[in-house]
Ligand binder design. Structure first.
Ligand code: CUA
Length: 330
């Protein structure tokens, strides 16, 4: 190969690499980094991007150079010379990508293993329940407080224990990086160690039905003190909501809070002014003129695109929702 050709190839590769590096570096592609786990995930991402830029620059340099150098002249009707391949080049273009992919695989495995470990000796356990089309979060170590939003204390590892009630969903907060499926019948876990206070979006990233795009909640990261205050307040509200009652901490006979129930279970699909929800998957429920028995049947059995809530909610909770919606308060 002539020296001029090598110099041209390197020059083109450097220009292409500089442009793509600038695009990768100067555009703010990523969400705010708000968890310990994101550090490793971002490292693997940038490592992969660097390798991609290298490969792209090499391929682009050879393509651009060959396009100009070996262009067919308008009056040239001859066949090209018969070529039999080049064993040396074939070995190189097999070995180099193998090495690069292996580097990515090792880096990913190390980061995944590290992100599965809690940091500190006091992780917070939160049970995450996914269902069409809502999230709920339960704090079993803290009086079974249940909330439609995920409250987390900053700088403390949280072990999320995920379950799904109907189909596969997937838990993701872009700022935390970590992502995990919630699968019916099995329990999955995810470690998140928030490093910044603030409010972040929880997004379902598994297509789970009509309301998938609306299956959002909030992750609220607060100081340890604010978290303790929040737990105390939620506990006093007698909230606890669904799934409670095993340990009798709620007090028998106490009516479940209908508005909370509605927001957690129905709000992502149905609009209802009183509860401040604005879902559009199902019909709006303002001024509902339905017989309470019909409303109860609809909630229990579902139908018309709505999932059944029999077995998901207790009888008292269903009753409370029916009263809340039909205005037949006893
Ligand atoms: Cu749940 Cu998508």
């Amino acid at each position: 190969m002539r020296r001029g050709a090598i110099v041209s190839l390197i020059a083109i590769a450097v220009v292409v690499a500089a442009i793509t590096t600038a695009i990768a570096y100067f555009i703010d592609w990523l969400p705010e980094q708000a968890s310990e786990e994101r550090v490793g995930i971002d490292f693997v991402l940038w490592l992969t991007i660097a390798i991609c830029i290298f490969v792209f620059a090499v391929v682009a340099a050879i393509s651009i150079y060959a396009g100009f150098k070996f262009r067919v002249r308008p009056d040239d009707d001859s066949d090209g010379p018969p070529i039999h391949g080049h064993t040396g080049i074939e070995i190189v273009w097999t070995a180099v990508p193998t090495i690069l992919v292996t580097i990515i695989a090792i880096a990913s495995a190390v980061v995944l293993a590290r992100n599965d470990r809690v940091s500190g000796d006091n992780p917070l356990t939160v049970e995450v329940t996914a269902q069409q089309f809502a999230w709920s979060f339960r704090y079993p170590e803290d009086g079974d407080v249940t909330s439609p939003n995920l409250y987390l204390p900053v700088d403390r590892s949280a072990k999320l224990v995920l379950q799904a009630r109907d189909v596969i969903h997937s838990f993701w907060v872009p700022e935390f990086g970590q992502k995990q499926d919630a699968v019916p019948g099995i329990v999955t876990t995810l470690i998140v160690t928030p490093t910044k206070t603030g409010e972040y979006r929880i997004i379902c990233t598994e297509l789970c039905g009509l309301g998938h795009g609306l299956m959002r909640s909030k992750a609220v990261v607060v100081s340890e003190g604010e978290f303790a205050t929040w737990l105390r307040q939620e506990g006093q509200d007698g909230e606890g909501g669904e799934g409670a009652g095993d340990d009798g901490e709620e007090g028998e006979g106490e009516a479940p809070d209908a508005e909370q129930l509605f927001v957690a279970n129905c709000g992502s699909c149905h609009s209802f002014t009183e509860a401040g929800t604005s879902g559009t998957i199902g019909p709006g429920l303002d001024g509902l003129d339905t017989d309470p028995a019909d409303a109860e049947r609809q909630i229990r059995q579902g139908g018309g695109g709505m999932p059944p809530f029999e077995g998901r909610l207790s009888d008292a909770e269903i009753e409370s929702l029916v009263q809340y919606l039909t205005g037949s308060r006893g």
